[in-house]
Design a protein around this ligand. Structure first.
Ligand SMILES: Nc1ncnc2c1ncn2[C@@H]1O[C@H](COP(=O)(O)OP(=O)(O)O)[C@@H](O)[C@H]1O
Ligand SMILES: [Mg+2]
Length: 182
């Protein structure tokens, strides 16, 4: 069964996945790449417009073995029986703004994605789908090496879920307007 790394864009999925794949000797399956190769999203179209039912079927044919599966769509295209553990990477929305600005995301896309992280939508959907196989980990303020060690230790012990609540932080900072107004 496969190990899954998911979470919002910019949380550090690919950075960590490259290292983990190397250390554990697992081939990476990049969900977005497969979606692209299968012609499921066109240029300029948002990745969220993708046909997840089709993608789910395509993935069934590809993941009969042990892989490291990476992608923010994981909770919508995989089933519990296909996975050993699902690691949801979390990252402060304040740090994500910087990542998104570097990626030249539009203001709307920045708000959509930071809003999704603050509300914990992918974590929520992962827990719904994969139940006790889901583990969250907060990447904020740690080095890439520390994050890598955390992920490795989660995979080997199957434990150490972190409770992540950005809503509390954002509310305390009086920043709800900043993230959620038009
Ligand atoms: N632990 C970390 N500390 C600081 N920056 C990081 C860390 N991990 C990743 N990054 C940076 O954050 C950005 C997003 O990482 P990336 O792996 O592309 O995320 P994702 O695949 O989830 O979109 C990259 O610029 C990467 O270099
Ligand atoms: Mg990525």
């Amino acid at each position: 069964m496969s190990i899954v790394i998911t979470g919002n864009p910019g949380v550090g999925k690919h950075t960590v996945a490259e290292k983990i794949a190397h250390r554990l000797g697992l081939p990476i399956i990049d969900i977005n790449k497969i979606a692209k190769e299968s012609g499921l999203f066109e240029e300029n179209k948002d990745v969220n417009d993708i046909d997840t039912e089709k993608l789910k079927k395509i993935l069934v044919g590809k993941i009969s073995d042990n892989f490291l599966i990476v992608g923010h769509l994981a909770p919508y295209v995989l089933d519990k029986s296909q996975v050993k553990i699902v690691i949801v990477l979390r990252r402060s929305p304040y740090d994500l703004i910087t990542v998104y600005k570097n990626r030249k995301y539009s203001d709307k896309k920045i708000k959509d994605n930071t809003g999704s992280e603050i509300l914990g939508i992918i974590a929520h959907d992962a827990i719904n789908r994969f139940e006790e196989k889901t583990v969250q980990i907060d990447m904020t303020g740690k080095t890439i090496e520390e994050n890598e060690e955390n992920v490795i230790s989660i995979i080997s012990t199957n434990k150490r879920n972190e409770n992540v609540d950005w809503l509390d932080l954002v509310t305390k900072n009086n920043d709800l307007q900043k993230f959620f107004s038009d």
